[in-house]
Design a protein around this ligand. Structure first.
Ligand SMILES: Cc1cc2nc3c(=O)[nH]c(=O)nc-3n(C[C@H](O)[C@H](O)[C@H](O)COP(=O)(O)OP(=O)(O)OC[C@H]3O[C@@H](n4cnc5c(N)ncnc54)[C@H](O)[C@@H]3O)c2cc1C
Length: 421
């Protein structure tokens, strides 16, 4: 009878919960998840998950529950401030054909709940209000101490504790610090009834509008299309106030009004029904989330001793490739496959994990950084040029059928379970 192994998972975000589920499905490793927050809440917002990530949610048996909550629209449509459509395409159409999985925009909280429900269903313990403060990584075991004095020990530890990872900063590589990308996001979720039903009928997915200051996009984020997620990405110097590392939610009337005034100024030249709708959405917003976007420099260590980093803790990137959650899921699936073989020494598992994940992560990181350029400040000529580029790109792609041939979608059909170990 093989000996049961034990893992401590730090962080109950997408990486931590998915890791607990996959290890439960595939290995004899018993996990306990420890989460800093006192309850399963996350700050607002909604995330887009692409085919490579949806396929893995399906294998975790949580996709149906996620789809029943999120919105699966097909198109990416680019609008101009003058109110016309610059171009439109089914941005995951080819990948959907190849994989059977499309695109899902889901509220962070809903994704978290779906994963958590499954974790609870299979009986994996999740301890909330547990802030990790000490790691002792020894030859025979790793032990941890939490702020409230609780302790635990295990055969291995997964640092799934996000971009400002304690596991990374204090144990794996204290020199590896997150850097500000120069861009910040402002976002909120509003009831769909904020906009007229005629406008709502035109919204079939991710609707983006370029402005001189950055990009404003909106996307329904519930299955019934009754809530609209909007976000605006803008180049700003690193803010001096607030919790600049993790972003913060703004409820105060005056502060919210400050963000709204700034956005309404950016949108002052927006015209037509589309422009008016954007202004109406901003005006009706009552809570704003402000999020400075950080990323981790590439090429640093991901493991040490019995500890390994997973998801954003290892390779947080700017969100403009829409791949953060999918990257975390791919990490989890590979690690779990490697850990299935209990005769394989941990150092060998971590080395292989690094060798397989590194090129893939570097490729997606580069893509995310390039996509971020589109969100940077420009002059009115610069904006015209960007719109032309998008228009030519989308229309040529459509004319030549490049989207049907999978141009810029190759990374979405990648299947981590098919990678040779
Ligand atoms: C503005 C923005 C938009 C984004 N949009 C998308 C998108 O559309 N699609 C997409 O795929 N990705 C998107 N991402 C990226 C995505 O959110 C992340 O890649 C994903 O959340 C990573 O999951 P994770 O579990 O690794 O980390 P996290 O989600 O950060 O979870 C880490 C968890 O660890 C906990 N923790 C931290 N420290 C400790 C400690 N000391 N002890 C115990 N627990 C601790 C935290 O409380 C948290 O719950 C976006 C990111 C940003 C900033």
């Amino acid at each position: 009878m093989p000996e049961t192994r034990k893992a401590i998972i730090i962080g109950a975000g997408p990486a931590g919960l998915a890791a607990a589920l996959r290890l439960h499905q595939q290995t004899n490793i018993k996990c306990t998840v420890y989460e800093l927050r006192s309850s399963p809440t996350t700050l607002g917002g909604a995330i887009g998950i692409q085919p490579n990530g949806l396929r893995l949610l399906h294998r975790l048996d949580v996709l149906d529950a996620a789809v029943s909550r999120g919105y699966g629209g097909r198109n990416l449509t680019m609008h101009s401030l003058q109110g016309h459509v610059v171009g439109s395409m089914d941005h995951v159409g080819w990948a959907r054909g190849k994989t059977g999985f499309g695109y899902l925009r889901i509220k962070r909280r809903d994704l978290q709940e779906v994963l958590l429900e499954e974790v609870e269903k299979v009986g994996i313990p999740v301890r909330f209000g547990k802030k990790l403060v000490k790691i002792d990584d020894r030859v025979d075991e790793v032990s941890v101490v939490f702020e409230d004095g609780d302790t635990d020990s295990a055969d291995l530890l997964l640092g799934c504790d996000g971009i400002h990872s304690f596991v990374r900063r204090t144990h794996i590589d204290p020199t590896q610090m997150a850097e500000y990308s120069g861009l910040s996001g402002i976002m909120s979720i509003v009831p769909a009834e904020t906009v007229s039903s005629e406008v709502m009928d035109q919204i079939s997915g991710l609707e983006a509008t370029l402005t001189e200051e950055g990009m404003m996009a909106l996307n329904p984020c519930t299955a019934s299309k009754d809530e609209l997620f909007w976000f605006f990405t803008k180049e700003v110097p690193l803010p001096e106030s607030g919790d600049s590392r993790d972003g913060w939610e703004v409820h105060g009337k005056e502060e919210v009004q400050g963000f709204k005034d700034m956005l309404l100024d950016v949108l002052k030249n927006a015209q037509g029904d589309w422009g008016n709708m954007l202004k109406k959405i901003v005006s009706s917003t009552s809570v704003v989330k402000f999020y400075p976007i950080y990323r981790l420099p590439l090429g640093k260590a991901w493991s040490k001793g019995r500890c390994v980093l997973v998801g954003d803790a290892a390779h947080a990137m700017s969100p403009h490739a829409g791949q953060g959650v999918s990257m975390a899921l791919e990490d989890v699936f590979l690690l779990s496959r490697l850990l299935k073989d209990e005769t394989r020494p941990l150092c060998d598992v971590f080395e292989k994990y690094d060798a397989i994940r590194r090129p893939r992560v570097n490729e997606i990181f580069k893509m995310a950084t390039e996509n971020g350029e589109m969100r940077k400040k420009s002059t009115s000529w610069g904006l015209w040029f960007k719109e032309m580029k998008v228009s030519v790109g989308l229309n040529i792609s459509w004319l030549l059928g490049l989207d049907l041939k999978g141009a810029r979608q190759g990374h979405l059909v990648y299947d981590i379970d098919k990678v040779e170990l």
